[in-house]
Design a protein around this ligand. Structure first.
Ligand SMILES: [Mg+2]
Length: 268
């Protein structure tokens, strides 16, 4: 990983889409700090397409798509994309659009029930995430959003159970997300950029910011991917790393990434 200063003005100027994870990338200790939210507005006002890509639930994505300065949001690790389109006529209200990944299966699948039962029996302390009620496609098991914070090894054990039962599983900084169907943050992001914005596949037009193993497919794909500084905590658990890393953690790190990109674009 290179320091952000190594990103060239030409690289920053070629970016059209700014994608970012939410937990521990936009947030710090669970809150969305003012510099990170301001950074979203600054990117939006600079004409960049701003798109959070998160493991958080459908119910949260409804709020994000409607209320944040974003051009869409991808949720449940790629199961869905929500965005607003302008209403027709001068005073018409925007319309929320929803697309569900055709590969995504609803989370009442019997395999997911079996995985939950095994996880609760075999990894003491693991519990359902409190945002589970707002989810449509995945189950989220909490190991670090609330106390007791469990070691990453426990999350790894849960992931192994899920995989043995035929499910997909990714570890974020707070949850293990488990789903049926072959998709991830990356496949849905590319699908959304193509369908919504006519993106032709130029990988250098996309900057993704993230922090943890569930962001790895994005780090691997996009040559201008950036990590916030807390990505360093997950090095033993990751195979692919972002090209650049901020010096600050969480939301302050994201603000640093946004400021660097906007400054270098101005300098070009
Ligand atoms: Mg995260």
């Amino acid at each position: 990983m290179n320091p952000l200063a190594k990103m060239s003005a030409a690289q920053a100027s070629g970016i059209r889409f700014v994608l970012m994870d939410i937990d521990d990338t936009l947030t710090t200790n669970g809150k969305l700090p003012a510099p990170a939210y301001t950074a979203l507005w600054n990117l939006h006002d600079a004409g960049l397409k701003v798109i959070p890509v998160t493991g958080r639930p459908a119910g949260w994505c409804d709020l994000i798509a409607r209320q944040w300065p974003v051009d869409g949001v991808i949720g449940e690790n790629g199961a869905l994309a929500f965005w607003e389109e302008p209403g027709s006529g001068g005073m018409a209200r925007p319309a929320l659009r929803q697309e569900f990944n055709p590969a995504a299966l609803r989370n009442d699948h019997p395999a997911l029930t079996r995985i939950k039962e095994r996880a609760f029996a075999e990894t003491p302390g693991i519990r359902p995430a409190k945002d589970q009620f707002a989810r449509m496609f995945d189950i989220a098991l909490d190991f670090a959003e609330e106390e007791p914070v469990l070691p990453l090894e426990t999350a790894e054990q849960v992931r192994a159970i899920a995989r043995a039962e035929g499910a997909q599983a990714k570890i974020s900084s707070i949850h293990v997300n488990i789903w049926m169907g072959i998709y991830d943050k990356l496949s849905m992001s590319e699908r959304f950029l193509k369908k919504r914005f006519g993106w032709a596949g130029d990988l250098c037009q996309v900057m993704f910011a993230g922090d943890s193993p569930n962001d790895e497919p994005m780090f691997a794909r996009f040559p201008l991917a950036c990590g916030v500084a807390n990505v360093n905590r997950y090095c033993p658990y990751m195979k692919t790393f972002p090209a650049f890393a901020a010096s600050k953690e969480g939301g302050e790190g994201f603000a640093e990434i946004a400021e660097t990109i906007l400054r270098k674009r101005g300098a070009n």
